[in-house]
Design a protein around this ligand. Structure first.
Ligand code: DGY
Length: 324
């Protein structure tokens, strides 16, 4: 068999490169930064690659697929999210699409819990106060936050990550856990979570964790109208995708007191400029999209994306195949 070729759009963790090198001749964009779109297009024109190993920052559209040519068998993204890939175009061209499900579930779920606690208990403001000498005498009203115990929790998207967020949060003693998804799921009973429609979720919950993908159905579901109907004491956490929330409307909702606070690990756009109004607000805690930033997750993500490429050239079904 002729040697297969893969183009890798970034420096990736060693386990991924090791695995790929056993089956492919590898060309890559030798940088920790995202490859510019035009550089990717030119790189793909240069050789006839069998596999494209990409990241969530790479827009895989018609232009990229045209440049890659008809021999391309797979677009394997080193991410769970795949909204950057034109699934329809890939399907028209019989190109497989695969992601890295499962291996970052724990790291993202852990971070979601951390972000919820940071936001509810105003931890960044406390840390800042200590660092800047604003820690004075004990005061009855200073930096008071919200307790989880006895509150209602809502999970928007009870997939792997949403379920594992619920599993970790359940021991905090919420009075009720609700979830909204496209349909009811049987495993929800393992965390005593009750299915509810979106209207119920936003109207009943004190904490809402957004754990869904970005799809046409979820895009901007949290907008000005939604915020007006949420509880004034509500805290919104997003570790899914930034596009689920309309950020200009969130600024207004946090300013007006429609909701109390927000904790975001994902934003629209990314990165969020440092002078964006949300960055300047005390009741908004923002992290730089670091849900899967653990060595365990990143090594496993690099490996599974490599295995997906290998499966595609071996005529097997990639374990992370996305249905197109
Ligand atoms: C994913 O895998 O899609 C994450 O958002 C990247 O950390």
């Amino acid at each position: 068999m002729a040697e297969c070729k893969v183009y890798v759009t970034r420096r990736i963790p060693t386990p991924g490169t090791k695995l790929l090198s056993q089956h492919f001749k590898i060309d890559s964009y030798d940088s920790d930064e995202a490859i510019p779109h035009e550089v990717l297009v030119e790189a793909l024109k240069a050789k006839q690659y069998d596999a494209l190993y990409c990241m969530l920052t790479d827009i895989i559209n018609t232009e990229v697929l045209d440049a890659a040519g008809p021999q391309l068998k797979i677009v394997a993204t080193m991410s769970v999210g795949y909204e950057h890939i034109d699934l329809h175009e890939c399907s028209q061209r019989n190109i497989l699409v695969a992601n890295t499900p499962g291996v970052s579930t724990d790291s993202v779920a852990e971070l979601t819990v951390a972000l919820l606690l940071m936001t509810a208990r105003r931890l960044p403001e406390g840390v800042e106060a200590v660092k800047t000498g604003k820690w004075g005498d004990w005061k009855p009203h200073w930096l008071c936050g919200t307790e989880l115990t006895g509150s209602t929790l809502g999970i928007y998207g009870l997939g792997r990550i949403g379920f594992n967020v619920g599993r970790r949060l359940k021991p905090f003693g919420f009075s009720k856990i609700f979830y909204t998804d496209v349909h009811e799921v049987s495993y929800a009973k393992d965390i005593d979570a009750e299915f509810i429609d979106f209207d119920g979720l936003i109207e009943k919950c004190d904490f809402i964790c957004v754990c869904c993908n970005l799809t046409p159905q979820t895009q901007h579901m949290f907008n000005g109208e939604t915020f007006k109907r949420m509880k004034n004491n509500a805290i919104l956490i997003n570790t899914g995708r930034g596009g689920v929330i309309k950020h200009d409307d969130l600024v207004e909702a946090l300013k007006n007191g429609d909701i109390t606070a927000a904790g975001l690990d994902v934003t629209e756009p990314e990165p969020l400029p440092k002078d964006h109004p949300l960055v300047l607000m005390n009741n908004c805690v923002i992290l730089p999209h670091m849900g899967s930033n653990t060595w365990d997750s990143r090594n496993a993500m690099a490996e599974i994306a490599a295995r997906n490429c290998i499966a595609a050239i071996s005529g097997q079904t990639p374990e992370g195949q996305v249905l197109t």
